[in-house]
Design a protein around this ligand. Structure first.
Ligand SMILES: Cc1ncc(C[n+]2csc(CCOP(=O)(O)OP(=O)(O)O)c2C)c(N)n1
Ligand SMILES: [Mg+2]
Length: 349
């Protein structure tokens, strides 16, 4: 009986929310003005080009270890960046380069960490999943699935304890949402009305497992129901929808109402990490999202339709993102490796 049910789910896929259906259920969202569209485009393009370059460098053997690319999900972190104040914090899991760049961390320092060089954010000793910047309010980069949730909740506790109105944006995936520590954190966050926005990046897969195969409740916006934490589902491919939801959620937290959940419906184009052949989904599924819902193409199309930019101007914006990334890659390829003596620094003994 149980086996038959599993088969049926696998064959039918996610009936409730098909992968290609990315539109927000909340209806139309407020438009961006010209400056906001251009700003969002620049910031999302920087992440896209950075990640493409990181993928190439990995292929050339310049980057080793784990490397999880954020391509496809750019609107989530940039929409939230546009909603946050500079002193608000961000923390996330292993798909983290986009969050670093969104926080304003130096692309050279991030790339040099990926290549394991001494000017990297963790002196070349941390790699892709272990970078931090107190100055830019970025608290990692965590390789343990679910780990950012109690840590982000703790950051929010510290904010409240110190009497500041800083909000902590805690990002995690659909897979991480099934971890026990998430619910212990939810309970405390609501009990103590902590200023934390839980941003669940539902990219439909945790490694090779689709949400339907791993999750009894695939509507992640409802995961806070038993703790009285409100939640909304948002089209995470539309940067305007993300920013609007982020504005509301951050205002909710800042006014002392406690935690809130935003489920971002999004999609990753590449495999889980660099070693993933992605046999668990079809090429058609990926192509459909790319052609119909790409977060960057949506902004480009609006800018052109409103005649706020010409093709030429958009090419220039892309060229400047590529130039920043090329410079970062050049730097990260030529910077020295850490000294052998560094093996004994920054370690607990
Ligand atoms: C506690 C723990 N269990 C398993 C893993 C292996 N692992 C790394 S990423 C991942 C899937 C994460 O999926 P999700 O939370 O949806 O994030 P995404 O990779 O889709 O961004 C797993 C199982 C791990 N790193 N930590
Ligand atoms: Mg996922």
């Amino acid at each position: 009986m149980a086996v038959a049910k599993t088969k049926e789910i696998e064959q039918n896929g996610d009936q409730r929310r098909p992968v290609a259906e990315m539109q927000s259920r909340k209806g139309p969202v407020a438009d961006f003005n010209k400056d906001q569209e251009l700003d969002a485009l620049r910031q999302m393009l920087l992440i896209r080009r950075f990640e493409e370059k990181a993928g190439q460098m990995y292929g050339m053997g310049l980057i080793g270890g784990f490397c999880h690319l954020y391509i496809g999900q750019e609107a989530v972190v940039i929409g939230m960046r546009l909603a946050k104040r500079d002193d608000d914090q961000m923390i996330t899991g292993s798909r983290d380069h986009g969050h670093m760049l969104a926080c304003g961390m130096d692309p050279k320092g991030v790339m040099a960490e990926l290549t394991g060089r001494r000017s990297g954010y963790s002196k070349g000793k941390g790699g892709s999943m272990h970078m931090f910047s107190l100055e830019k309010r970025f608290f990692g980069g965590h390789g343990i699935v679910g780990a950012p949730v109690p840590i982000g909740t703790g950051l929010a506790f510290a904010n409240k304890y110190r009497g500041s109105d800083t909000v902590c944006l805690t990002f995690f995936g659909d897979g991480a949402a099934n971890q026990g520590q998430v619910y212990e954190s939810f309970n405390m966050a609501e009990l103590w009305k902590l200023p934390v926005v839980y941003v669940i990046e539902n990219n439909r897969y945790a490694m090779g497992t689709s949400v339907t195969r791993s999750s009894a409740q695939t509507d992640f916006s409802k995961r806070g129901v038993s703790f009285n934490i409100p939640g909304v589902e948002v089209d995470g491919m539309d940067v305007r929808a993300v920013k609007a939801a982020g504005d509301e959620a951050i205002a909710w937290c800042r006014s002392g109402k406690g935690p809130i959940i935003i489920e971002m419906m999004t999609y990753r184009y590449r495999g889980h990490s660099m070693s993933d052949p992605a046999k668990y989904r079809t090429k058609e599924e990926v192509d459909k999202v790319r052609t119909e819902h790409d977060p960057i193409e949506q902004v480009r199309a609006r800018l052109l339709a409103k005649k706020w930019a010409t093709e030429e101007e958009l090419k220039k914006i892309d060229a400047s993102a590529r130039a920043v990334v090329n410079e970062a890659s050049e730097f990260a390829t030529n910077d020295a490796e850490p000294d052998a003596a560094e093996l004994y620094t920054d370690v607990y003994r």
